[in-house]
Design a protein around this ligand. Structure first.
Ligand SMILES: *Cc1c(COP(=O)(O)O)cnc(C)c1O
Ligand code: SF4
Length: 330
């Protein structure tokens, strides 16, 4: 059987793989080879796009892309120190849908939808249903942003803001364009990586022509995610004067070795993306098995610094709920 990529991104998104047995058969893996597999119904279901699936190496139970999406029984362990809201998002929600923790920028939960379910996600328990993005809430959010003159940047997050249709996204951006205090909009999205077809010519044209300056932070954790198809849309965005940054999560067994991190930085810069942050995992319930100790994380960064140009070394950070910025680990 031949699997074609679908050029219409919304169709491809709707056809994401959510069935575990389909995933295993596509990758020619049996459950015997994956003893930790969770075959039960999780509230955080399996989800992966066709495009991403095609980058997973078949017959390899340790593939670093597979490990990011495969539900395992370790996720069901409840451990002390691992909570449902590890970074205090809910406390920092001054009004529903806005998280205002840091000076100068506010974060908006624009949608709860994602094209992929990353097992390590720190918002895997976020009560998106309680914070539906309704017109009246949006108008309250706009008032909030408009009345804070020191806020110059709006961060669209989620979920994945690029899972919104162009039409809905452009409405949000048009409204932000109407606020004179807003100079920049930053997207935190995994779409260019997991569903490159999402970066439509209409989207790029909109971003290129706006008064607002745009920054797109792609969330790639491994060089194997960045194939030529992804590279092509990244190049299109950078030639449209969109600033491209990458943020990764340090993940045990996936990218917690010097060579993986070097390859990732090299692959990013090939496509004009600068490494920005390497995040220590937020202690979210269900993801403890991805945690790398701080001591080891710092050693990795030291080794990276001794082999790469300075601008290719991401900042190792940790989020601590009460601090005024992400905390740099050195
Ligand atoms: C991480 C984060 C930001 C962005 O922080 P930068 O250091 O500017 O990248 C903004 N708001 C919230 C709530 C965040 O969690
Ligand atoms: S919010 Fe980001 S990390 Fe979480 S599941 Fe969606 S794409 Fe993955």
């Amino acid at each position: 059987m031949k699997y074609e990529l679908i050029s219409d991104w919304q169709t491809e998104l709707a056809r994401s793989i959510t069935d575990l047995s389909e995933l295993l058969s596509r990758l020619q893996l049996s459950s015997d080879e994956l003893p930790q597999l969770d075959t039960g119904k999780s509230h955080f279901s399996l989800r992966v796009t066709e495009s991403y699936l095609q980058r997973i190496q078949p017959e390899n139970p340790q593939d670093p892309l597979l490990l990011q999406i495969l539900p395992t029984q370790q996720e069901n362990l409840i451990l002390p120190g691992y909570s449902q809201d590890p970074v205090g998002d809910l406390d920092a929600s001054n009004i529903p849908g806005i998280i205002h923790k840091y000076t100068g920028r506010v974060l908006i939960i624009a949608t709860g939808a994602c094209g992929i379910h990353c097992r390590y996600c720190f918002r895997r328990h976020y009560p998106y249903q309680e914070f539906q993005f309704t017109p009246s809430r949006w108008s309250a959010m706009l008032d909030y942003i408009a009345s804070r003159e020191t806020v110059h940047e709006v961060i669209l997050s989620g979920g994945d803001p690029f899972s919104l249709s162009d039409q809905r996204l452009f409405r949000i951006l048009d409204d932000l364009d109407g606020l004179p205090n807003i100079k920049r909009v930053r997207f935190h999205t995994r779409m260019p990586v997991i569903l490159p077809a999402r970066v439509t010519p209409e989207l790029v044209t909109y971003l290129a022509e706006s008064r607002i300056q745009f920054v797109v932070v792609i969330h790639s954790n491994h060089a194997q995610e960045l194939n030529d198809e992804v590279g092509k849309v990244l190049k299109v965005m950078s030639s449209a004067d969109i600033t491209l940054l990458n943020q990764s999560v340090l993940l045990k067994g996936i990218n917690d070795d010097v060579s993986s991190l070097i390859h990732l930085s090299e692959q990013l810069i090939k496509y004009s993306v600068l490494p920005y942050y390497l995040h220590q995992l937020d202690p979210v319930q269900g993801a403890h098995h991805f945690q790398v100790e701080d001591k080891r994380a710092k050693e990795l960064i030291k080794k990276l610094s001794s082999s790469l140009s300075g601008y290719l070394v991401p900042r190792l950070v940790k989020e601590i709920a009460t601090k005024p910025a992400k905390v740099l680990l050195k």
